[in-house]
Design a protein around this ligand. Structure first.
Ligand code: SPV
Ligand code: MG
Length: 531
């Protein structure tokens, strides 16, 4: 059943049904969770929630915006208190169209004049609409609705305005004939006598809706006996929240502390639950670039970068500033932007220059005698779950990280197919297939780690980016451990580990052309500034 059908059923069912007021998304949700089958979008409480009077001070389009939030937050139907329809028959038609577009199931209009004010303020002075004019409005609404079950409820204020029972019955009958789906009879008495008198004459001609705000002490059973179809509890969530909000604000202001209120109010987790925070977490796992997997990042930043002697006199290469930020910060910002927060930086040369709130550090105090694989070994206990290893002295574009993490395979590297750019020693590798422009080419693996002077046979250069998914972390760590036991380990680099992994595990290759810079000399430094 759609929402229009659900509301229509509440109105026409032989049972006495109930709907409850809400005035925004969260109160609407609370109404639904309490077990109500429908929501009254009250003019009084919608306007009160906006801090304005119930006198058409908020425009109808502003209300429709709120109704959309209420409707999105719930699955039960919403009946809008549409006041007088916010104008004549033409405004009413447009209102119905816009309400249907926002999945509002029905509207109740009252036979007063625009701008109206609340029925309980100066009620006898409020003029009523002419019966003919109001019937035209009802007909126009019914003619324009798309969903045959959209409901238009006609509310007569004849009793409230002091015109008596005859007038209210005459109006109700005219509105029924004009096509209204139910009649709302409003009363301001503190007893049910108005409603009893009306129901006695009216019988079961057409469904009747009531709002027992003023005659609240009447047992609900009485309305059942009278044959009322629908009761609206019209303003009670707003009134309860005003009371509690007032008390809370006063207590906090007076005590300059939260201790007096904390246990008496909903925990923050309850807000998250009502907002549906859990669904977003699940969706993030499905749709975010890291596919929701948690990664630990290890950034290798121990070396000085001798080649850049001038720039690295007082800081390591990873801390050289490019466009006012150290190389390391660029990398950490990218990691944070793809939800990688568990970050370790292995530092060595001028280690005191590397510190920050959003990463932890590991010290390689032996940095002059060792190379980067030794640094990685020092971080081995931090390698948990899914991991990514990064050269700390290179500048990368973000897409290299997302390509790497989204790529298939358990151990993955980014290989730059553009090997012609430089003459200096590079981490050349040979892959099972050469780079092609076919963006979708898959199943390319590392075949061989080459010697520095073997560029002829190279498919590309390893970029310093490596990811290991948790399934392959044991073999990765075991291989690292085996190398660490051998003589000469201090002189090894990460590509030596990649070579040692071949034969034990497949290493998948994600090709790139550029998108990163290893700042090795002044020319690189200049290029990095334009990166
Ligand atoms: C409302 O809730 O805004 C109503 C009902 O119209 S009453 O306030 O009783 O008029
Ligand atoms: Mg109202």
């Amino acid at each position: 059943m759609n929402k229009c059908q659900k509301l229509r059923q509440l109105i026409t069912s032989p049972e006495l049904e109930f709907i409850c007021e809400a005035h925004n998304g969260i109160s609407a949700k609370i109404v639904e969770e309490a077990g109500f089958k429908g929501i009254w979008a009250s003019g009084l409480t919608l306007s009160a929630s906006l801090g304005v009077r119930d006198s058409n001070e908020a425009s109808w389009t502003q209300l429709v915006e709120i109704l959309e939030f209420m409707s999105d937050a719930t699955t039960i139907p919403i009946l809008l208190d549409g006041d007088t329809g916010y104008g004549n028959f033409n405004n009413m038609r447009r209102l119905v169209q816009k309400l249907e577009q926002r999945d509002i199931a029905g509207v109740c209009i009252e036979d007063k004049l625009f701008p109206k004010t609340n029925s309980f303020i100066n009620s006898e002075k409020q003029p009523l609409a002419s019966i003919d004019e109001f019937c035209g409005k009802i007909k126009a609404a019914k003619d324009v609705q798309h969903d045959e079950n959209f409901s238009v409820i006609a509310r007569t204020e004849a009793l409230i305005a002091g015109w008596g029972l005859r007038e209210s019955l005459e109006r109700a009958e005219a509105y029924r004939r004009a096509g209204a789906d139910a009649i709302l009879v409003h009363s301001k008495k503190n007893n049910p006598s108005d409603i009893e008198a009306f129901m006695k004459e009216w019988g079961d001609r057409h469904p009747v809706v009531i709002v027992p705000t003023k005659y609240y002490s009447t047992p609900t059973e009485r309305f059942r006996e009278l044959g009322v179809s629908l009761i609206i509890w019209a303003n009670h969530l707003m009134r309860s929240s005003v009371k509690v909000m007032t008390e809370t604000a006063q207590k906090i202001a007076q005590s300059e502390s939260l201790t007096a209120v904390e246990d008496a109010i909903a925990p923050v987790s309850e807000l998250f639950r009502l907002q549906g925070a859990k669904e977003l977490q699940i969706a993030e796992k499905k749709y975010l670039p890291t596919r929701g997997k948690e990664y630990t990042a290890v950034i290798l930043a121990a070396s000085r970068g001798e080649e850049l002697f001038e720039f690295t006199r007082d800081k390591p290469k990873a801390m050289i500033e490019i466009n006012k930020s150290p190389v390391l910060s660029w990398t950490i910002d990218i990691l944070n932007s793809i939800e990688i927060k568990n970050i370790y930086v292995v530092r060595g040369y001028k280690k005191e220059t590397i510190s920050g709130p959003n990463f932890k550090t590991i010290d390689n105090d032996n940095y002059t005698q060792t190379k980067d694989l030794y640094s990685l070994y020092l971080a081995k206990d931090c390698l948990q779950g899914n991991c990514i290893v990064i050269y700390g002295d290179c500048l990368y574009k973000k897409h290299l990280f997302t390509d790497l993490l989204e790529g298939e395979g358990d151990i993955k590297i980014v290989v730059d197919a553009d090997v012609t750019r430089k003459s200096r020693p590079q981490d050349f590798v040979k892959c099972t297939k050469p780079y092609t422009n076919d963006f979708y080419s898959r199943n390319i693996y590392l075949d061989q780690v080459l010697q520095e002077d073997d560029s002829e046979r190279a498919s590309g250069e390893w970029s310093g980016l490596l990811a290991v998914e948790s399934a392959s972390l044991p073999v990765f760590k075991e291989t690292l451990e085996q190398l660490a036991q051998k003589d000469g380990f201090e002189g090894l680099s990460v590509p030596d580990l990649l070579g040692a992994l071949l034969g034990k595990s497949r290493v998948s290759v994600m090709y790139t052309r550029g998108g990163w810079i290893d700042i090795d000399d002044i020319a690189d430094y200049g290029e990095a500034g334009r990166f």
